[in-house]
Design a protein around this ligand. Sequence first.
Ligand SMILES: C[S@@+](CC[C@H](N)C(=O)[O-])C[C@H]1O[C@@H](n2cnc3c(N)ncnc32)[C@H](O)[C@@H]1O
Length: 278
Amino acid sequence: MTEPTRTESDAPIEAVLPYASGELRVRFDAWLDDALTRHTHALEFREIRQGVRALSSLWLERRAGGELARRAIEGQGKRAALATYFAPLHLLTLHHALQQFGDETLLGVRRIFDLGCGTGACGAAAGAALARPGSILGVDRSAWVLGEARRTWSQFGLRQRTRRAELPDGIPEGSDGDALVLGWVVNELEAHPRDELRERLRAALTRGARVVVAEPLARGVSPWWEAWGEALDARSETVRLRVERPAWIEKMDLASGLDHSTLGARVMFAGGPARPAS
Ligand SMILES: C[S@@+](CC[C@H](N)C(=O)[O-])C[C@H]1O[C@@H](n2cnc3c(N)ncnc32)[C@H](O)[C@@H]1O
């Protein structure tokens, strides 16, 4: 769930970065092409655009009534929007955030647990940031997204397993060498499972795991953010980056009235090597 970024009063925006380079770019382009081929097969452009608008509105404005995870994949248009638009945006946002935070963020990580993995975007971004090829375990409540995630990780060359489960119950324990990655998912949990999840993450941190949480910039969707930062003793940053858009994303942005010429998110990192005092 990325959202258009307001930049008027924010810190200066840097130069426009390529969205990806080298092997990651080749894999990303092939992955997006594959998703487009499959999801535009039976849908017209306007149906996917409607899906983009519906998801954006569901995640940011029409949250009352809960059950966001179920409502987000109702219908082909929303599924196509998730797979071809929001997931690529999440992948690029987390990729650039990890680059910005530096190599030590996932140093020594060999296994990624992508929790609430959706179509696999955040696991792919984290996997691409590892020094050596690692493995992924994806957990999600939806069988449909898990199928998409398996396809994603194959395309990014990552060893993988998936587990269909309801968070927080499905999460593996995690210890040294593991990174628990939660991209744009914690805001979908109700208060009780969310608190329980936070405690399980704390326990994983005490065993030496890392934790990465990404959420939209809009503060209203994650009012628990500061409390989580304290509880996990995390480094929390607001990321805003000018990144060149893949042609499809730019086209969909224009058509749907959204603007992702700046990628934005709040990102939290916990665990790992101690940081020098600033
Ligand atoms: C907005 S999507 C984000 C997906 C992916 N992490 C990304 O960044 O593209 C949220 C995902 O979390 C999953 N999810 C939400 N609540 C969940 C729960 N209680 N248990 C398991 N999965 C859940 C949804 O099924 C959905 O795939």
